[in-house]
Design a binder for this molecule. Structure first.
Ligand code: PDD
Length: 285
């Protein structure tokens, strides 16, 4: 089966899905993106992802290339055309094409690309059930990480560093020694006092949609939660640790660097938190 992409108003085969060399996304990472998870051919949390996309666009003063109401239609088409049951849809909007210049013309027309990926159910849930290792590294990103921009070189290097150290995710450490978040996920610990902790939402982290949905579900339970960041010392004494993102749901962390979390296997809260998250997903459309 051939893969079909949506590029600037056209559905086309992957081999014909071409981007102009002067696209500012290509030259300046001047654009934003969203990753949607697809389960049973439905989009998880479509509305909050769309809302965040529009916030990212507005923060960078990029005009949407299509009407807000058309996003759902095109994402659904990509799901159908690529026969995605379990998988992801990646959507990117760039400022558009203009002769290379740091400043951009007023009348520039933004570009849109939507692509889909089929993932087997087993692959999707493998790390979610078994847990992952995490490697810490310096947070080298810019000061507007709340915008889901294409400016991804620091997380690329961080994730590569993690993989080269037998880890699936990198946790980024700020100048004060605190974990901001993962290279592509939100970071959590269940600390020694049974308090679930993750960083508060400031400009130095992305406001995760999975974080938001999970917290909505969590408030119905008697689990203590504090929006406060943690450092290596807290990790050393943590009972459990997790990452959350659209593509990892709530995934337990078994090791951080050479620190074993609990007994180095998913703890008792891992299936509970996964269940809380799954039940909190209301909008599967
Ligand atoms: N990443 N923090 C960062 C830096 C991220 O890149 C992501 C998502 C998250 C979690 O956000 P959400 O729960 O909305 O997926 C947190 C996606 C999956 C990616 O870049 O592939």
């Amino acid at each position: 089966m051939s893969r079909i992409a949506f590029v600037n108003g056209q559905y086309c085969d992957y081999s014909d899905a071409l981007i102009h060399v002067d696209d500012r996304g290509y030259q300046f990472a001047d654009g934003v993106y969203e990753v949607f998870t697809i389960i049973d051919s439905c989009i998880i949390d479509f509305q909050p992802h769309l809302k965040r996309l529009f916030r990212s666009l507005s923060e960078l003063k990029i005009v949407t290339p299509i009407k807000k109401s058309a996003y759902l239609y095109h994402i659904r088409n990509i799901i159908k055309k690529n026969m995605i049951v379990t998988g992801t849809v990646y959507l990117q909007v760039t400022r558009g094409v203009a002769k290379r210049d740091f400043k951009y013309p007023k009348d520039i027309k933004s570009s849109i690309t939507i692509i889909g990926k089929v993932i087997s159910e087993d692959t999707f849930y493998k790390d979610i059930y078994n847990g992952i290792n995490v490697k810490t590294t310096k947070d080298l990103r810019w000061k507007r990480c709340d915008i889901k921009s294409l400016n991804l070189l620091p997380p690329v290097l961080a994730k590569q560093h993690a993989y080269e150290n037998n880890s699936k995710e990198a946790w980024l450490i700020d100048d004060a020694g605190f974990i901001t978040e993962g290279s592509s996920s939100t970071a959590w610990i269940l600390d020694k006092n049974d308090v679930l902790r993750t960083s508060s939402l400031k400009n130095n982290i992305l406001p995760g949609i999975t974080r938001e949905t999970f917290l909505k579900g969590l408030c119905k339970y008697k689990i203590k939660f504090k929006e406060t960041s943690f450092n290596i010392k807290d990790i050393r004494s943590a009972k459990e640790a997790f990452i959350t993102s659209a593509t990892t749901f709530v995934t337990p962390v078994n090791m951080v660097d050479n620190i074993k979390i609990g007994n180095g296997k998913p703890g008792k809260f891992a299936p509970i938190f996964l269940d809380i998250y799954k039940k909190a997903i209301k909008s599967k459309i």
